[in-house]
Structures are given as structure tokens and as C-alpha cells.
Design a binder for this molecule. Structure first.
Ligand SMILES: Nc1ncnc2c1ncn2[C@@H]1O[C@H](COP(=O)(O)OP(=O)(O)OP(=O)(O)O)[C@@H](O)[C@H]1O
Length: 616
């Protein structure tokens, strides 16, 4: 990268043409790496460890018994202000040093066709440059397994480099990289920081890694370690999860995707997770940490697990801080999703109590799955408890108990009508939460026995008891007055006797009435032509107005029906109308609020008549 070559073409008749090689200003490249590629200068250590591991891998390919060790010495240990990374890898010959260390983008880890070789971590030929994020000079002392003397290469951040025979011969084959911290980067060289970083990136590496005298490598990935019993393995995985993520998992699911050389564990969160926050996972690539915030490893719905995996085949982005989105990653996401799903289905068979506990915590994720997946839908049907007019219960159980079951797609409507519906023998399910209505609809499509019909509130009145004809006749005048009191509000009045008797009146809108109200509202806002079209629709629906169903079984309502003064009847019926709207959490239009106020004040006025003396 630091050389410019020139060549003359002999056949050319015109002015001399010179073919040149690109010049590279190393400072610009380093600036690019530090500002736009790597998230922090700390990656310098990862790149050095990675080169050491690759060199060991290359040596062991020919000599499986060759030593496999990387030793980091911090400035506190070397005593001369430098950090050194020693490896027992293949080393480099002098020609290799010229070729590989002095050319940006040249890597010894590509095959003849230029493809990244699968057994190595590195592939881009830029990693060593990350040393310049924290040092002005990088020194490499190396002795090749192929023979030759120890070679010393020194590269400077301004682009100069030298290659010479080292003053002192290395005893062993391998390489040492020496960095002298730049003033503004000393924080990355403290013994504590370096040890933490080495453990962070390299704890699972297949080579022995030491920082000063401290061993930082563990005995391989926790999910691959041998344990005397499954229970002991589970306890060890729980400990690992606690240390790593800070929670004791509800369960640990083994993950495996052979096509991606992937193995790992999914830990199930023990508390509800926010489904809108994407779960992130810890990913190792050939046992070197890639990142602990990889978001795209699992499908979105699996927000109730956090995973740790190691993969051989997935590809990193150039920063080595994320996974490259390709077909293999898509496949991995699908297979891991299946494995989490299978765990759930198996749990339903093996440990229903654990499944119930899980569902109480993570029902939103499971419902999201059930919208597309039949096995999950079946699981929801059989195991997930819904709010119903008979208390919390599964839809399967509810359909068994209530052959005439209905659901309401709106939580407020459920609250409003569940007691009344139950009293009329109509079981009601609250399907007003996210995904509920889609799930209920899909259940009906799959199995007619599991089908639930939506409740049309209007149909409830058909189940209310009608009054005896004598009573009806006696209350005819009252009903007329009541009708007149509510007519300006677009509401009709009926008198029925129904349970629960504690309810004085019920405001009911049928679906058609709701539709009509919507049309009236849009008509008020629409332009003339559209308003006319909407207006033409209205009479067809006019018969189906919202209604106030006064409850003759309620003692207060009965007393109201017995009032003689028509003015008082009007006030009382309007007050009952307002109370029914409030009780049922119906939206109040300005006209409703005005009637509510007027009736309230009117009743007060009636209850506390003005003092005759005051009047004079
Ligand atoms: N410790 C080492 N021992 C032996 N060879 C090394 C060592 N460090 C670097 N090299 C050689 O120098 C080349 C360039 O290294 P560099 O870290 O810049 O890129 P890379 O490791 O090939 O790819 P990447 O940019 O993905 O890390 C390597 O391909 C390797 O051949």
C-alpha cells in the first residue's frame, strides 16, 4: 500500500502512458476506521487477539500438537510502557511481512480465488490497522514456522514502515505485537481494562488466553460443557444466565442450527418483557465475541427469550460488531424461531403448570404467534386464560360451559355488558386486547365447535322479560313522556324486567345503530355531495336506534314509572339516561352532557325547593 509502481507500454505511439498504483494516506484510513467503522477504540485488543487465534489455527492445521497460547502483557507488566501480545502461531517470513503487513486489504486468510477461508476469524485485511486507534506505532516481531530469522516490522500511523532483521532472535515460533499507547488512549491499556476486554471478547476462545498472570479463557461454551446430571447442567446454565444477563431464567432452551455451525441457549425471561422493545442477543463467531446486542437473530415475536450462541458460518460485517444479513441468517432466524416454538408446544404436554405460568407472563408474544401458527393457536385455545363473564378461563373450557358463547372485541363493551349478558345466560369473552379478535376469528375458521360469535348488544333485549300486559297498559303515559324526553337525543325507550335488579337502566346500541351514529357524524363533517349520499343511507337504518332499556325489576326505576308529574318524569328519565351512559362508559356528546347537567340540577332543584320567603 505504501508503494507506487510505474510501467511503460512499449506499443504506444503518443506521449508516454504510465500505469500507477493507488496512493493511500493512512491517516485518512485510520480516521475512517475510528469514526465510521468501529464503535470504540477498545476493538484494537479484539483484532490483536483475533490475529493471534488465526495464526495458531493456521499452525495447528499442519501440526495439531503445536502449542496454542496467547499471552497479553500490559504496560504494568512489561515495565517499559508498552503492551505486548504474544502468540504461538505460524509466524511470518520476511516476504510475507512485506506482502501482508504493508498492504491494506491484503489478508493471508483468503484462498486462491480470494474468498475468505472458513477456518479463520479475519478476512478483510484491515484489522491490524486498528492498532493505530490507540498507538502511533505498531511493532511486530515474528518468526515463521517455515524457518528463517526473526523479522521486525515497524509501522507508523503516518504511513512509513520498516522491515529489518530483529536484533534478538525469538526462541519460539510465533509473533509478538508491541503497542506503545498514545497519550490520549492510555485508558485502554490499564491492566484491569485489558483483562476485562480480553475476558469480554475471548473467554470462550479455543486457545489459552492469559493477561499478565491471569487466565481468562474458560472451558469452552457453557452449553457444551459436560455435567453429571441434566439438573446440574441446568443449574450451571442458570448461574451463567444470572452472571451474563442478571436474571434467573424461567427455562433454558438448547438451540442448534447445524447448517450455520450454530449452538447456544435461549433463556426465557422470568418477567414480562415489553414486546415493542426488540430483544437482543449475545453472539460469538468462532468462539470470539461478536456483539452482545444482536437484534436480528430471532423472529420479532420471540421477545421473551435472550440468547447466547456461537456460530461458525454466519458472516460478520466489516466492523465485526453485527451479523451480515444474508440467506443463511434468514434461515437461522426461522430455525431458531421453530425451536422456541417447539419448546412451548412440548411444555404444554410435559408441564402444564409451567406453561400456565409462562403464559401469564408472556401472553402477548404467544398471541402474536397464534395469529399465524396453528399449533400456537391450539395452545392458546387450550391453555391461555381469557377474561370472561364467568371469570378467568380458557376458551376451550368456556365454549364447553357456554354453548351460546359470544365475544366482544372491545374491553369497555365487555365491562359494560358482561354482568347483564351473564344474567341472561349469554357467556361473554373479553376479546378486546391486542390479537384477541384475530385469534377468536381464526379459532372459528379452524374448528366450528370452538367458534364464538360476536355479541350484538341489541340482541340482549330479546332475552329481557316483557312486562305483563296490565302493567304495560298502566305505564303507557309514562312511556310516552319518557320517549319524548329522549327523542331529541336520538334514543328510544323500552321498559323490561331483567337481572341484575340492581341496574336501573341500560343504554344499548346495536351494531347497526353504531354504524348509523358514525354516518351521522361523518355527514356533519362531509361536503355537500357526500353528505347527501350518506343522508340517503340513514332512513334505511333509522329503525335501529340506540335505546335506553329501563329495568322494571329495579325498585328505583319502578318508583320513577309511578311519578305523576310529567316534568319530573322527563327529568328522571334524562337522569337515568345520563347515568346509563356514564355507567356503560359510552362517549358523551355535547347534547348528552347538557342533558345530564340539566337533569341533575333540575332534580336538585326539585329536591331542595326555593324558600317561599326568599322568592318575595
Ligand atoms: N499475529 C500474527 N501472526 C501471523 N500473521 C499475522 C498476525 N497478525 C497479522 N498477520 C497477517 O497479516 C495479515 C493482515 O492482518 P489484518 O489483521 O490486517 O487482517 P486480517 O486478519 O487478514 O483480516 P481482518 O481485517 O478481518 O482482521 C493477516 O491476514 C495475516 O496473514
Amino acid at each position: 500500500m505504501f508503494r507506487a509502481r510505474a510501467r511503460r507500454h512499449s506499443g504506444w505511439k503518443g506521449p508516454t502512458v504510465t500505469e500507477r498504483a493507488f496512493q493511500v494516506d493512512l491517516r485518512g484510513v485510520v480516521d475512517l476506521l475510528s469514526r465510521h467503522l468501529y464503535s470504540s477504540p477498545r476493538v484494537y485488543l479484539r483484532e490483536l487477539l483475533q490475529n493471534g487465534v488465526d495464526a495458531v489455527t493456521a499452525r495447528r492445521a499442519d501440526d495439531p500438537d503445536a502449542p496454542a497460547e496467547i499471552r497479553v502483557e500490559t504496560p504494568e507488566h512489561t515495565g517499559d510502557g508498552t503492551l505486548r501480545v504474544h502468540d504461538t502461531g505460524v509466524g511470518l517470513t520476511e516476504p510475507q511481512v512485506h506482502e501482508l503487513l504493508a498492504t491494506i486489504g491484503r489478508s493471508g486468510k483468503r484462498d486462491e480465488l480470494g474468498y475468505a477461508r472458513h477456518e479463520f476469524l479475519g478476512q478483510f485485511g484491515i484489522g491490524l490497522l486498528s492498532g493505530f486507534l490507540v498507538a502511533d506505532q505498531i511493532e511486530v516481531r515474528t518468526r515463521s514456522v517455515r524457518g528463517g530469522p526473526t523479522v521486525r516490522w515497524v509501522g507508523h500511523a503516518d504511513g512509513r514502515y520498516l522491515v529489518e532483521r530483529a536484533g534478538e532472535e525469538r526462541q519460539e515460533v510465533g509473533t509478538t505485537v508491541v503497542l506503545r499507547p498514545r497519550r490520549d488512549a492510555e485508558e485502554w491499556f490499564g491492566a484491569r481494562t485489558v483483562t476485562d476486554l480480553a475476558r469480554h471478547y475471548g473467554a470462550l476462545l479455543p486457545v489459552r488466553l492469559r493477561v499478565d498472570a491471569v487466565d481468562v479463557t474458560e472451558q469452552g461454551p457453557p452449553w457444551s460443557r459436560a455435567h453429571p446430571t441434566p439438573a446440574r447442567r441446568r443449574a450451571a446454565l442458570d448461574d451463567y444466565c444470572r452472571t451474563l444477563f442478571g436474571f434467573a431464567p424461567l427455562d433454558a432452551i438448547d438451540l442448534e442450527v447445524p447448517e450455520a455451525g450454530l449452538r447456544g441457549v435461549a433463556f426465557v425471561l422470568p418477567a414480562p418483557a415489553n414486546p415493542t422493545v426488540r430483544a437482543t442477543h449475545r453472539v460469538y463467531l468462532k468462539r470470539m465475541l461478536l456483539a452482545d446486542n444482536v437484534a436480528d437473530l430471532l423472529p420479532d415475536w420471540a421477545f421473551f427469550v435472550r440468547c447466547v450462541v456461537d456460530t461458525e458460518e454466519l458472516r460478520p460485517t466489516a466492523s465485526r460488531e453485527a451479523l451480515y444479513e444474508d440467506d443463511l441468517l434468514g434461515h437461522v432466524r426461522e430455525v431458531l424461531g421453530d425451536q422456541v416454538r417447539d419448546w412451548l408446544v412440548t411444555l404444554a404436554e410435559s408441564d402444564p403448570e409451567a406453561l400456565r405460568h409462562f403464559l401469564r407472563l408472556h401472553h402477548v408474544g404467544v398471541k402474536a404467534l397464534a395469529v399465524h401458527d396453528d399449533a400456537m393457536l391450539d395452545l392458546v385455545h387450550r391453555w391461555l386464560e381469557f377474561e370472561t363473564s364467568s371469570g378467568a378461563m380458557t376458551l376451550a373450557e368456556f365454549s364447553r360451559r357456554h354453548p351460546e358463547a359470544r365475544y366482544t372485541p372491545d374491553v369497555d363493551e365487555f365491562r359494560r355488558l358482561s354482568a347483564v349478558a351473564a344474567a341472561q345466560g349469554v357467556g361473554l369473552v373479553n376479546a378486546g386486547y391486542v390479537y384477541d379478535a384475530e385469534i377468536v376469528a381464526r379459532l372459528g375458521d379452524l374448528d366450528s365447535a370452538a367458534a364464538l360469535r360476536p355479541l350484538d348488544p341489541g340482541e340482549l333485549t330479546t332475552r329481557f322479560g316483557v312486562l305483563e300486559s296490565g302493567t304495560e297498559l298502566r305505564l303507557r303515559d309514562f312511556l310516552h313522556t319518557a320517549e319524548r324526553a329522549l327523542d331529541p337525543l336520538g334514543c328510544t325507550v323500552t321498559l323490561r324486567s331483567y337481572a341484575p335488579a340492581s341496574l336501573p337502566a341500560l343504554y344499548l346500541t346495536s351494531r347497526a345503530a353504531e354504524h348509523r351514529a358514525e354516518i351521522a357524524e361523518s355527514r356533519a363533517e362531509a361536503d355537500q355531495l357526500w353528505a347527501d349520499v350518506l343522508g340517503a343511507l340513514e332512513p334505511a337504518l333509522a329503525a335501529d336506534r340506540p335505546r335506553l332499556v329501563l329495568n322494571h325489576a329495579n325498585p328505583l326505576t319502578r318508583r320513577v314509572t309511578a311519578l305523576a308529574d310529567p316534568e319530573l318524569v322527563t327529568l328522571a328519565v334524562q337522569a337515568l339516561y345520563g347515568q346509563a351512559l356514564l355507567h356503560g362508559r359510552h362517549p358523551l356528546r355535547p347534547a348528552d352532557t347538557a342533558v345530564l347537567n340539566r337533569s341533575f340540577l333540575g332534580l336538585l332543584d326539585w329536591a331542595a325547593p326555593a324558600d317561599p320567603e326568599e322568592r318575595t
